[in-house]
Design a protein around this ligand. Structure first.
Ligand SMILES: C[S@@+](CC[C@H](N)C(=O)[O-])C[C@H]1O[C@@H](n2cnc3c(N)ncnc32)[C@H](O)[C@@H]1O
Length: 362
């Protein structure tokens, strides 16, 4: 019964079911039994998602963004999953310093966090990355709390809302922030959300994800720019990977059983500098998450990208799947695959597919 209520609420907000977190919520609800549905929804939104954020998070990003605010216009910015407003006010600080006009909308599913965002009241933990002069400039300190100065609260609206409703409503934005929110969504929902964001971004508008966040589908919708390890996803009419799409369609029916068909393939083996930087920018993720991205790229037949990503982590890996995929990709790209295949077999001699792969080379 409680489990059904939880499931319905997760569904309503498009949140991915996570066994561990589901158990945690269930035990919290059992502890506070007798709650009505609205109270349960609140508890889920406060506890199922993590609201951690702080001012000027992702260091380099903010200096790089300053270079984008060059025009004399009213900048429209959307912050999805804005938590307690740290990201929204960080932007407001910068835009005020640059003397720019702006309107910022911050959206979060958590009612409590939006109340705090509106209040603009923070503990030291949120301002820890700021130096003393920044703290004095942007905040009034009262007791242990830091209050955002009124001047920086103008032209800002905060809303408790599900981000999927916000982006479906439309509008046109110059920048959409979506940092550390997609982790709660399933892959199909992520595709949906990214498509909707593309629709609400102005031409040349920017989508900003958290540092190190990457989803292969992004490259189908946006071009990217990289500066100091910061990736900005740009909404242009041109799609970045046309070249790779051609490769994919040429290679459509190719699988491991007919590797000889790919011998005529034109192979852009080394990614260009920009792509290399994108691969370098994918950080702070576990080997399993790398594997997920690589599997996804393989399923899309985006072999060059997958190969360059797997090369980045293979050297130190003792995971046979990494070596198996590397060998598979080397076969697809007509490269020497024996070393990778031998390593995969050494690590897991029970995988029959590996022995089949070995026989194809004969
Ligand atoms: C980890 S915080 C990220 C805060 C900020 N974007 C940052 O990177 O510092 C994630 C936020 O996303 C919000 N969130 C998760 N799913 C959401 C949804 N479906 N609709 C609105 N907000 C959501 C959570 O409530 C949480 O406050």
């Amino acid at each position: 019964m409680v489990e059904n209520i939880i499931r319905n609420i997760l569904k309503k907000y498009g949140l991915k079911e996570d066994k561990k977190r589901l158990e945690h919520i269930k035990s919290t609800l059992e502890f506070f039994n007798g709650l009505n549905e609205e109270q349960i929804e609140r508890i889920i939104l406060e506890n199922y998602t993590i609201g951690e954020s702080f001012f000027f998070r992702d260091g380099n990003l903010w200096n790089i963004l300053k270079r984008y605010f060059l025009e004399d216009k009213n900048y429209k910015i959307l912050s999805l999953g804005c938590s307690r407003g740290e990201e929204v006010y960080s932007l407001s600080f910068i835009l005020n310093d640059l003397n720019k006009d702006y309107e910022i909308l911050g959206v979060d599913a958590s009612y409590e966090r939006i109340i705090q965002a509106k209040e603009g009241k923070y503990k030291y933990w949120s301002v820890r990355k700021l130096n003393e002069s920044q703290i004095n400039k942007y905040f009034d300190k009262k007791g242990d709390y830091y209050f955002v100065k009124e001047k920086y609260k103008k032209n800002i609206e905060f809303k408790t809302e599900n981000i999927t409703s916000t982006i479906r409503k439309g509008g046109k934005y110059d920048i959409v922030f979506l940092r550390r929110v997609l982790i709660y969504f399933t892959e199909a929902q992520i595709h949906n959300i990214l498509n909707n964001i593309k629709n609400i971004l102005n031409n040349n508008g920017l989508l900003i994800l958290g540092h190190g966040e990457f989803y292969p589908y992004l490259t189908e919708l946006f071009e990217f720019e990289i500066d100091n390890n910061v990736v900005l996803w740009k909404n242009t009419t041109k799609t970045y990977n046309n070249r790779y799409k051609k490769l994919i369609s040429f290679n459509k029916n190719n699988n491991i059983k007919n590797i000889n068909n790919i011998n005529n393939l034109q192979k852009p083996m080394e990614p260009n500098n920009k792509k290399k930087k994108l691969i370098d920018s994918i950080v702070n993720i576990s080997e399993d998450e790398y594997l997920e991205i690589i599997e996804k790229l393989i399923s899309e037949k985006n072999y060059v990208f997958a190969y360059n990503l797997i090369k980045k982590i293979a050297d130190n890996s003792l995971n046979y799947l990494i070596w198996k995929y590397k060998a598979f990709l080397e076969i697809q790209l007509n490269l020497d695959y024996k070393d990778s295949l031998n390593k995969a077999i050494f690590l897991n001699p029970d995988d029959e597919e590996l022995w089949n792969m070995k026989n194809y080379g004969r």
